[in-house]
Each structure stands twice: as structure tokens, then as C-alpha cells.
Design a protein. Structure first.
Length: 751
């Protein structure tokens, strides 16, 4: 029987929660807001260390310590504990914590809703709900109420089935597109969950029987069981090796698969593995032992190496798994990692015997400068028989043995520890050293990091070489399930990580967009720098985030059309503008400059108050009056009745364009300026006619007086005259009386 063992042991989040709990418990009794993880055996063991799950009705007192489990809790619950003086320690899984932060920030947006894909009764989902203002918990796209909001964020329970999530995600995207809704997806399934789900499918397809080890209440354990059951007819769910006694396993099967959930201790998994290995060992035919007997050699050779010629016991299954697939020796190459046994150490370095044959020389040497990371080499710290991990480095001309470096191995080990955090979702920085077709390659420890070209930046990358050896901020992307030509999942390389800088840049851009648009609305006054001019207006950069347009018509109050924005604004100079319209959906903002400037009417009112005397130039003349320019952009009207004291029929009779006149400001009304020339001319000068008679005598009658006198001397109108007037097509003439003609004057006219 061949045993196929999948990944086992706690995931990063669970291990962090347990380590935190055990460390905290040393200071006294500790509580958890719920079961720290979904595994009864672990919970029972934690109680032996004075770590208890809070039960309903339990009253906490100030100073008590509560650990928030890996599944998390609501924001309100955590704050309520802190307000009571409870010492709260957060042991939330990093993947779950990221969901909380994402949901909380998104909930601040206007008209937004968070869609949570998962089990509504699961503690993790309940915790996520507590970080949302508006939410929906669903297990299919059809359950979503798209009328509830305009903007949606989709998150998923970390232990949810990845294959099912892919289907739901596509359905949501299609429905949102049809309804014109904005949807953002946050792929939050745990990396470990994805790996173990993919692994369960691979093993179940090959195995005759599959054992799934974990708690029946564990979500990720149930998912492994359900996935394996789709490809293998005989799948058993057990909690530990003791339950092997209660189930019947056919010992004659060819292949046995063992799967372990992320909340199952590795000790429980190895206990089951060892039990099945012993069972397999006991059922191995004795005739097979003949192949393990050594060939008897001559006596003299026995004296040379008696210890090695003794018959060894048959190795266990675990030992066989550690052996190389082929017995042929490996060729020596730089960078190969090997184990070596210390034979001696001196001031120059460490002499070792390489445990696994390299095909040439079993002896190696570790120079003192290649022994420790910090360079603190002391020969007495290395005892004969100590086992060291090392890396083969270029051979030195001064040393005949294979040169090794323990320091380089330790560097790789530290780098691999760093990768654990990366696998847990932590962002990292890396300089990719190689550009290949489709992206960039880099290394961290024993892992290869691949950054697709589409994930380097938000725009198109023309030349990949421009980004080699440049520091990138990266985040691991969830592995994609790829199928072979037969429709079976391709085997994933566990040492290959696909990462993206684009997702980080997009998140930052989205955060900046949200901050920017939350402060941009109609009527807002903003400061911006003029970046460039166009024929129709100027483009202004706002908060170094985006450009907005100021149309020519919104640059100046001047009646003269602005054809060139440079007449009003300067490039690279900052001004205050008012937001006239803000269209977030189309990413357009219209600004106004003149709206913050005083109108010509307001400037004139301050500069030329009523009663002021101003010298201006006649800008244009119309029959009813003349427009006098007080200064560029500011003009007022001198009505025909205000040009002179004497009556005139139209303004062109007295004024022409370009005349310089002195005017008096009479009033400001409805953004119009009323001016007068007449008010500055003495009555005597304008009303007395200086006409000279034929005999040299002067007439002192005014023109208005004469006009009125002539009209009064006409005979009384008869009906016939009225009829004639009615038939007359000539327009009526209206007389403008001089203000100096009194009622008495009218009665003293000659009869």
C-alpha cells in the first residue's frame, strides 16, 4: 500500500492564535471570545493551560484578559470589552483581519454595500458582519439584492470552496454589468486553504481510500472531505488515530491518501500516518526482506568497516519518503543544499563529512567566514557528530575538499521564514533580477517570485528591462486552478509565487480616489495648479490627483470673450477655483474661476460710489443713450435725457463714439450703472438759447419754451381735425419739457 500524505499542520493564522494564547496564559487565566480554533482536541488541551472559551453568562471584570480568536470578532464587541477595562489581545488570522479592514473602509463610501460569500452561521462570517454598515451574506449570486446600493464590495469566507467561489464571482460580475452596478472583488480565500483544496483533489483522484483528519465542526475540514468525495468513493473523516480502530480500512488497497485540515495539529496527522505505516509494514511479505540483505564480503574488508556491513532493520515509511527517488549519486553543483556531519573544527573552519553522496568527494570544508551570519565564529561551538545544513559554494584553490557555506543556508532559511508571512498575505518588497517572456523573475530563499507584465503597474509595460533590479512593492496573488488537456487540475509548484504590484497600486489609487471625491462636490472651493492650456480652456491639477477643466467662459466676467486662457491665468501657478460640477462616474470635474472674482459692477460700486465724478470715454452710442467706459470692462449708461438740459431726439445728435466726457454716477441698480452728463452742466448754460436775431437782438426763450408756445398757439381742434390726425400715418411726437419750465410759465404764455 502506497501512502500519499498531503500538507499538514496548522496554517499561519491558527499557529499565531495558539502561540499568542500560550504565551499570554503564562501570566494567568486567559479567556477567548469563542473557541480559539475549530478543533475540540486543541481546545481541551488549551484548557489545561488555563485558556478557556467564554461561555454565555460569564461576567468579566476589569483587568481580565480576552484573546480574540483566529475567526475574529465584530468591531463593536472588541470596543465594548476595551471600554470595560478588559485587556484585549488580537490573535485574528491575518487573512481575516484584511477582510475586516477592507470591509470597514469600503463601508464608509456613500451608497455602498458589502457582499459576504460564506456561511452566515460561521464565526468568521459573523465577525466580518460586525465591520460593515450595510451587508448581505449569500451563498449564490441569485441571493444578492442589487437594489440596496450602487457600489458593492465582494469578500469571501477564507475557507470557502474556491471552485464554487469562481462560479459565483463570474455570475455576480455578469449581473452587475447588466444592472450597471459598480462591483469590487476582494479574493480573500486563504492561501493554505487553496493549496490544500487543490491537493485534496489531486490525491483523491489517485487514491482508493482517503482519510481526512480534523474536527467535524471545522469548515475547512468539511470542504476537504466534500472535495475528496467528488473524486474518490471511499473517504473517511476522523479526528485522531484512535478512531482508526472503529473504521474498517481495506489493507489490500493500492493507494491511501491522508489529508489534514489547517486547524489539525501535525502531531495528530503524524500519529495517523505512523499507524498506517506500521500497518503497511506488518502486511509486507517476508520474502521482500531478502532484497535488503547485504552481499558478504571478504574478512579483511569486514575489519575495515564492520559497522556498515551489519544488517539494518527495515526503514519505516517516513524514512523511505525522505530518501531520494533514484539511488544514483547527484552531481556536485553550486547552490546545492546538503547535510554535513562535523568531523573537526579549528581556527580556519569546520571539516565535515557530507551525509548524502554528491558523486565525487564525501568530505567538505566550511571556511570560518562562511559559518555564522554575524561572523562570530568559535571553533569550540562545533562538536564532532553535529549535523549542519549547508550550501555548496565555488571551490577554493586552497582547499581540496568541497567548499560549503552554513551562512548561506541560514540566509535561505531566514528568507523562507519571510515567505511564510508572504503566503499569509503580507506585502513585501523585491528587486526582480531577470526579465522573461511575460514578466519578471526574482527569488526569496528557495522560492521563485514571478510578476506578470500586466501586474507590474496599472498601465501597459512596454519594456520589461526598465523594471529589472528596481524595488517593487508586491503582494501574492491567489493561485489559479489550471486544467490540463484532460480537464484535470495541473500540479502547482509549491515553490513558485505569483505576485502583483498592481493590486497594491490600485488599492492606493482607490483610497486616494475615495478621499479626493469625498471632498469634491458642487460649490466646493479648491486650490489647483494650472498645468496646460487648450483652445477652449485651461486644465488644472487638483491635489496632485487629477486634472479638471476651466472653460474659457468661466475665466472672466468681462463682456469681451476670452479666446486665450493665458489672458487670465499663468502656467504652473496656483489659484482658487469653485467646483461647478463633479461627475465621479465619468471622472470629470468642471471648475470656475470668475465665480470667485468680483464682478465689474461690484468693483465699480466700491471704486466709484454714487455721486462720484468720473472722466470716461464714450464706448458706443445708441438712440436711447450712450455707454461710457469708466475703465476697461466697466461702463455705464448715460440716458438721452441725461445728456443735456435741452431736449434732443436721440443721443447721436450730441455724442459720438470716442468722445471723452465727464459724468456723474447716479445709481447702481440690478447690476447696471446709471450716469449723467447733465448733472454736471449748470442750468443757465444749457437752457438759454443763444440764438442771434437778424437785427442783432438775442432771444432768451428756451427751445422747449418755443416748442410749447407754438403748440399752444394752434387753433382748437375740431372733430375734423381729429379725424385727419387719425388718418395721419406719421408717428406721434412726444415733447420733453425742460425741468425749469414751471406751471406758472405755462399760464403766462402769450394768448
Amino acid at each position: 500500500m502506497e501512502i500519499m500524505l498531503g500538507e499538514y499542520g496548522f496554517c499561519v493564522g491558527v499557529q499565531k492564535a495558539i502561540d499568542t494564547a500560550l504565551k499570554t496564559a503564562k501570566k494567568g487565566v486567559t479567556y477567548t471570545n469563542s473557541g480559539l480554533i475549530h478543533n475540540k482536541i486543541v481546545i481541551d488541551n488549551l484548557e489545561k493551560h488555563n485558556i478557556f472559551a467564554l461561555k454565555k453568562g460569564k461576567e468579566l471584570t476589569k483587568g481580565d484578559t480576552v484573546i480574540i480568536s483566529a475567526h475574529g470578532a465584530s468591531k463593536e464587541y472588541i470596543e465594548s470589552l476595551q471600554n470595560k477595562g478588559i485587556n484585549v489581545i488580537n490573535a485574528v488570522c491575518p487573512f481575516v483581519k484584511r477582510i475586516h479592514q477592507k470591509a470597514y473602509e469600503f463601508s464608509k463610501q456613500h451608497n455602498s454595500c458589502v457582499i459576504i460569500i460564506g456561511d452566515a452561521k460561521h464565526k468568521e462570517v459573523i465577525g466580518i458582519v460586525g465591520w460593515c454598515k450595510c451587508y448581505q451574506v449569500v451563498t449564490s449570486a441569485e441571493e444578492i439584492d442589487f437594489e440596496q446600493a450602487q457600489n458593492f464590495l465582494v469578500v469571501v469566507q477564507t475557507t470557502f470552496s474556491n471552485s464554487l467561489y469562481i462560479q459565483i464571482k463570474q455570475n455576480i460580475a455578469n449581473m452587475a454589468n447588466n444592472l450597471q452596478k459598480r462591483v469590487e472583488f476582494f479574493d480573500s480565500i486563504c492561501y493554505t486553504t487553496l493549496c490544500r483544496q487543490n491537493q485534496s483533489i489531486t490525491i483523491a483522484k489517485q487514491a482508493d481510500t482517503v482519510l481526512v483528519i480534523g474536527d467535524k465542526n471545522s469548515s475547512n475540514c468539511t470542504k476537504l472531505f466534500n472535495l475528496a468525495s467528488q473524486y474518490c468513493k471511499d473517504v473517511r473523516l476522523i479526528q485522531n488515530a484512535i478512531e482508526l480502530d472503529s473504521i474498517h480500512i481495506n489493507k489490500k488497497i493500492a493507494k491511501l491518501g491522508i489529508l489534514s485540515s489547517a486547524s489539525t495539529p501535525k502531531e495528530l496527522t503524524m500519529e495517523v500516518f505512523n499507524r498506517m505505516s506500521e500497518m503497511n509494514k506488518a502486511d509486507t511479505p517476508k520474502t521482500e526482506e531478502v532484497t535488503t540483505q547485504p552481499v558478504q564480503e571478504a574478512p579483511q574488508e569486514e575489519t575495515q568497516a564492520p559497522a556498515e556491513t551489519t544488517v539494518k532493520a527495515e526503514p519505516s515509511m517516513a524514512e523511505l519518503m525522505k530518501k531520494p527517488k533514484y539511488a544514483s549519486p547527484k552531481p556536485v553543483r553550486e547552490g546545492m543544499r546538503v547535510q554535513a556531519e562535523v568531523t573537526s573544527a579549528d581556527a580556519t573552519g569546520i571539516n565535515v563529512a557530507i551525509i548524502e553522496s554528491t558523486g565525487k568527494n564525501d568530505f567538505g570544508f566550511i571556511p570560518k567566514e562562511e559559518a555564522e551570519l554575524d561572523g562570530s565564529y568559535e571553533a569550540e561551538n562545533y562538536k564532532p557528530g553535529d549535523i549542519l545544513d549547508a550550501v555548496i559554494i565555488p571551490k577554493s584553490s586552497q582547499v581540496k575538499a568541497i567548499c560549503l557555506s552554513k551562512k548561506k543556508y541560514d540566509e535561505i532559511k531566514l528568507a523562507d521564514e519571510r515567505v511564510k508571512k508572504i503566503l499569509a498575505g503580507e506585502d513585501f518588497t523585491l528587486k526582480c533580477t531577470q526579465a522573461i517572456n511575460g514578466g519578471l523573475l526574482g527569488r526569496i530563499g528557495t522560492y521563485t517570485i514571478f510578476v506578470p507584465a500586466s501586474q507590474i503597474r496599472m498601465g501597459y509595460v512596454k519594456n520589461l528591462e526598465d523594471y529589472t533590479n528596481k524595488e517593487l512593492r508586491l503582494r501574492m496573488l491567489p493561485p489559479r486552478e489550471e486544467l490540463d488537456e484532460n480537464g484535470n487540475p495541473k500540479k502547482q509548484n509549491p515553490k513558485r509565487i505569483v505576485a502583483s504590484q498592481r493590486v497594491i497600486l490600485e488599492e492606493e489609487r482607490a483610497a486616494k480616489d475615495e478621499e479626493f471625491w469625498s471632498n469634491i462636490y458642487e460649490g466646493t472651493v479648491v486650490n489647483g495648479k494650472v498645468k496646460r492650456f487648450a483652445e477652449f480652456g485651461a486644465f488644472v491639477n487638483l491635489k496632485k490627483h487629477m486634472d479638471a477643466l476651466v472653460h474659457n467662459s468661466d475665466l472672466s466676467w468681462s463682456k469681451k470673450r476670452v479666446n486665450d486662457p493665458s489672458e487670465v491665468l499663468e502656467i504652473n501657478k496656483s489659484y482658487d477655483f469653485v467646483v461647478l460640477s463633479a461627475d465621479r462616474e465619468n471622472n470629470k470635474i468642471s471648475l470656475g474661476y470668475k465665480q470667485l472674482q468680483k464682478k465689474p459692477y461690484e468693483i465699480a460700486q466700491e471704486k466709484y460710489p454714487v455721486g462720484s465724478v468720473v472722466t470716461g470715454k464714450v464706448a458706443r452710442v445708441v438712440p436711447f443713450g450712450a455707454f461710457v467706459e469708466l475703465e476697461p470692462g466697466i461702463d455705464g449708461l448715460v440716458h438721452v435725457s441725461q445728456i443735456q438740459h435741452g431736449w434732443i431726439q436721440s443721443a447721436p445728435e450730441a455724442l459720438k463714439e470716442g468722445d471723452e466726457v465727464e459724468v456723474k454716477v447716479m445709481s447702481y441698480d440690478n447690476e447696471k450703472i446709471t450716469l449723467s452728463i447733465k448733472e454736471l452742466i449748470p442750468v443757465e448754460e444749457s437752457t438759454t438759447s443763444e440764438e442771434q436775431t437778424q437785427d442783432g437782438e438775442r432771444s432768451t426763450k428756451t427751445a422747449a419754451y418755443k416748442k410749447l408756445e407754438g403748440q399752444l398757439e394752434k387753433p382748437t381742434k375740431t372733430r375734423k381735425a381729429k379725424k385727419e390726425r387719425a388718418e395721419d400715418d406719421d408717428p406721434k411726437q412726444y415733447t420733453s419739457f425742460n425741468s425749469t419750465v414751471t406751471l406758472g410759465d405755462l399760464f403766462n404764455l402769450k394768448k
